[in-house]
Design a protein around this ligand. Structure first.
Ligand code: ZN
Length: 307
């Protein structure tokens, strides 16, 4: 059902084209709202209506127009008809639950399979805020590309959020699918948080390799390719350690986030080496964009979603 009770809304009034006095059929919603439509349009669009119109209609208006009573509430029926009825202005879906109801009507009840590409596009628009619902709905209808997109989006949240998140659409997926999503998240957590360890730092002349003024890392940690030959500055490790910790929780986190880079920035700007202050921030930004982010994405891309 659509979020909230239908009774919480004021009475629904139909608008064009469903107020057409010349139409030949009335669809009556469960709350008694009449939608004036043309029978030929409904028959051409939906096998369900075609079969229905082959049967005698029990109810009619005083003017003899057949009345088709439907079980859908007027607001849902209006949203559904506006997706495909000619001349109807499409209204954006208010939330993923409303869209899910329309998808169910279109694909399960009224056999409007040709609407699937449009509905898939609409569903994707909700993935950022409602990834678990989008994942569940896509699983239900076998929309594999959206399943993967939604699973990838779930990585921007930590796994505890995912486990604690409630979605009414979960009832449509199997325990296997849900477990696959959690395992995918856990595997991506490991892959993304490890992605910085083996980056080829020695390939470029970064400031943190050359500056000997600001503090080196006290534990003498090594750089891949430069083991034992050089002591990088502490701030690059601080950044990578902080980023790895964030990625452990949220594998899809943005490692360019100012809140994550600010610690290294402060260390760079406190350095007495002018070259470090001038080039350090630039090198760090370049390194993140050109090396680190691609390495994280590559690590996550290699993790399979075993649905
Ligand atoms: Zn420095």
């Amino acid at each position: 059902m659509v979020e909230g009770s239908p009774n919480a809304f004021p009475a629904f009034l139909t608008s064009a084209p469903f107020d057409d006095a010349t139409a030949d059929t009335i669809l009556r919603s469960s709350d008694g709202v009449d939608f004036h439509v043309y029978r030929i349009i409904l028959s051409c669009a939906s096998p369900f209506f075609k079969d229905m119109f082959s049967l005698p209609q029990a109810n009619s208006t005083d003017l003899g127009l057949p009345i088709i009573p439907l079980s859908e509430h007027s607001r849902l029926l209006d949203s559904f008809l506006r997706v495909w009825y000619p001349g109807a202005k499409t209204v954006p879906f208010e939330n993923v639950d409303q869209l899910a109801d329309v998808i169910e009507l279109a694909l399960v009840k009224y056999d409007l399979e040709y609407l699937a590409p449009f509905l898939q596009k609409q569903l994707l628009s909700f993935k950022e805020l409602r990834c678990l619902s989008v994942f569940s709905i896509a699983c239900r209808y076998g929309w594999d590309d959206i399943v993967k997109d939604a699973a990838r989006q779930s990585l921007t949240f930590d796994i505890q959020w995912l486990i604690g998140r409630n979605s009414s659409h979960l009832k449509y997926i199997t325990g296997h699918n849900y477990q696959a999503l959690l395992r995918y998240h856990a595997a991506c957590s490991q892959a993304a948080s490890s992605a910085g360890r083996l980056l080829p730092w020695a390939d470029a002349e970064y400031t943190w390799i050359h500056c000997t003024t600001c503090a080196a890392h006290p534990a003498k940690r090594s750089v891949p390719g430069l083991e034992g030959r050089i002591a990088p500055r502490a701030w690059i490790f601080q950044y990578l350690d902080d980023a790895a910790a964030v990625l452990k929780q949220k594998p899809g986190a943005n490692v360019k986030d100012p809140g994550l880079v600010v610690g290294a920035h402060h260390k760079i700007m406190a350095c007495h080496n002018l070259s470090c202050r001038i080039n350090g921030l630039r090198d760090l930004s370049k390194f993140i964009a050109e090396k680190y982010v691609p390495a994280i994405n590559e690590a996550i891309d290699a993790v399979p979603l075993r649905i």
